[in-house]
Write a protein that binds this ligand. Sequence first.
Ligand SMILES: Nc1ncnc2c1ncn2[C@@H]1O[C@H](COP(=O)(O)OP(=O)(O)OP(=O)(O)O)[C@@H](O)[C@H]1O
Length: 366
Amino acid sequence: MAEIALKSLAHSYLPNPTKPGDYAIREMNHVWQQGGAYALLGPSGCGKSTLLNIISGLLEPSSGEVLFDGERVNSLPPEARNIAQVFQFPVVYDTMTVYDNLAFPLRNVKTPEDRVHERVMEVADALELTPHLKRKAKNLSADEKQKVSMGRGLVRDDVSAILFDEPLTVIDPQLKWKLRRKLKEIHQRFEITMVYVTHDQLEASTFADKIAVMYEGQVVQFGTPRELFEAPNHTFVGYFIGSPGMNFIDVSLRNGRVMAGETELHIGREIAKALQDVRTTNVKLGIRPEFIEVHDTAVEGSMAVDVEHVQDLGTYSILYLKLGETSLKARIEEEQDAPVGKAYLRFPNDRVGLYVDEFRVEVPHE
Ligand SMILES: Nc1ncnc2c1ncn2[C@@H]1O[C@H](COP(=O)(O)OP(=O)(O)OP(=O)(O)O)[C@@H](O)[C@H]1O
């Protein structure tokens, strides 16, 4: 097991990169601590696989260092790094039995047969593969094959880390949930550093204690699922986490008033104060649909909005609202009746984030 540190790491697939957009990984520093369960979450093309391949040694970074327990491993090939990797699609030997597939990584490093047996049985048990151990891998379903693939990743207890690259892609949706929980249990049981790549926020938050959100080749936030939800520190994290994502409102300061276009926002004075020092025009306020207070009559400090559409989702509804020219979404629980025509909103002070050039800025509360 190891701590994995990325120091001033950057990677470009181009021979002579000049601008930030030429980099698949923009310069970053990051630490995956020993024994942690992590997710690397981001949309397609943000650089997740590139980063994983740099860690495992399949790809050498253009600059910076990869350190395992403080030792530089940049030029070590994958086999010398002691990393197990589980890919999107099963990697199994069809002609071998499930048992032999699971035993393979151990026999490869000349593990004594009694230890091989012990580990194979333990991992088969954790993944519910025990009844299949004698079957040839070619006769397994896609789900079962992927479980064997995962088992091959888990079977060695001397690996520095296990990297999972969207491992549940081929798994039946019903089984996905179960396997995610299983992986989490296995992590707790074996205490190995695990990095789990996915573009699915639910998958990330079920598996990981901490999630690194990637966007355009950068880790824009590294935090617990709750931190990402409550205080996204980049607008992308706000959009990407939560369903629906965070509302962002373009704002400006006019005569001391916080304006969204031609509409004045009724919010705490702290925001107006903070805006006095801002020198860019790219300024947004962020508030989650869950945190907007919705009233059907005007209350002190509320803002009138038009209710354009109500989406009833059973235990809650999403309201599609218009505040002047700004579209907003708010979530109300089933106990609350959806307002018709007009609604009145309040934004609780401690739930409003200020985003300057897309990054969150702390606003001192009075
Ligand atoms: N071998 C390559 N040669 C050139 N460019 C590449 C190569 N592999 C990836 N890229 C580019 O690098 C960027 C990051 O790609 P990467 O595959 O790491 O993203 P990802 O987040 O893993 O996406 P996905 O989820 O679609 O696999 C993308 O712009 C991609 O087009």
